[in-house]
Design a protein. Sequence first.
Lengths: 254, 116
Amino acid sequence: MCDVCGCGQHDHSHEHDHFVVSDDTTKRNVEIKKSLLSENERVAQSNREHFDRHGILAINLISSPGSGKTTLLEKTIEALKNELKIGVLEGDIETERDAERVRAKGAAAVQLTTGGACHLEAPLVHKGFHALEKQMDGYPDVLFIENVGNLVCPSSFYLGEHIRVVLISVPEGEDKPAKYPKAFKTSDVFIITKSDLLPYFDFDVEKVKQEALSLNPNLKVFVVSAKTGEGLEDWFNFLREKVSEKKGEKVSGG
Amino acid sequence: MHETSLAMGLLDSLNQMAEKEKAKKVLKVRVKIGKLSGIVVDSFVFAFNALKEQFPKLAGAELIVEETPILYRCNECGKEFEVETVFFPECPQCGSINLKLLSGEELEVVDAEIEV
């Protein structure tokens, strides 16, 4: 029998219409059916399980550069540091500056420098969180992950967070939800920052809210100013509530 | 710019697959990318081709991208329709905004052809 195709013929001049001989016998198709993001998602899921096990509320902050992520964190730490243990992972392309800023306010912080990448990925968060655990000698109640300033790429990478927050500052303009829909579609909370500047800009808060909600009806919206303190108390109360929910889950889940 | 990370992730996983399957080389790989996935296909292909040289078994691999359309089904009247934009889609037949997304968010490696 022919050991190439098992056709029982030794004369290979006949037509192999049921089989492609020659080089193709060494070719094979492999089904993969995996997401392009599957490795990131696998690590993100394990981050999430780790956070859940220790009753940690993890929050991923996404915005353009300069929207006020770090300033909002500074205000949040000042207000809540006596009631909650706060840990921060600071994502940037370069420098330790943001980690230094939040440490100065009294939170534990680890700087994640991506060395060029425009977003954080789950494996870097995993590594950074272990460094944070060491620094804190324990676990935070709430973990803030400040993403690299960028309204595009970070929205594609799940890090294991429970809550995703997207921020827009008033000077950036009211067309951001329309132009960067994915960040809004994948977030849970939308914070409009620098509201003290509203008198100086054509920024219609209601219109922006409506556009964002039409992309994602489940968004919880806050309008804040770190300068005047407007709206911050609502944001703090939201955090208090979510942290205690998370603690409750841990207790009830054993 | 995250197309580069995704292309690198794809190459890594293909390389692992090639080792596991004891392949001499990978000839083709097919991926599905939806128009809502946020991936710029040209950048992704560019990054794939620029980086594949680093993997001896992948250096000759051809990347075939199937771009999937943004397809909705109306939950009110059942009409299925395609749109080009993510913003404010509504049913062209009855005007409803109660819609189910059928395709457009794909980011999937379908299969690969290998030489063993």
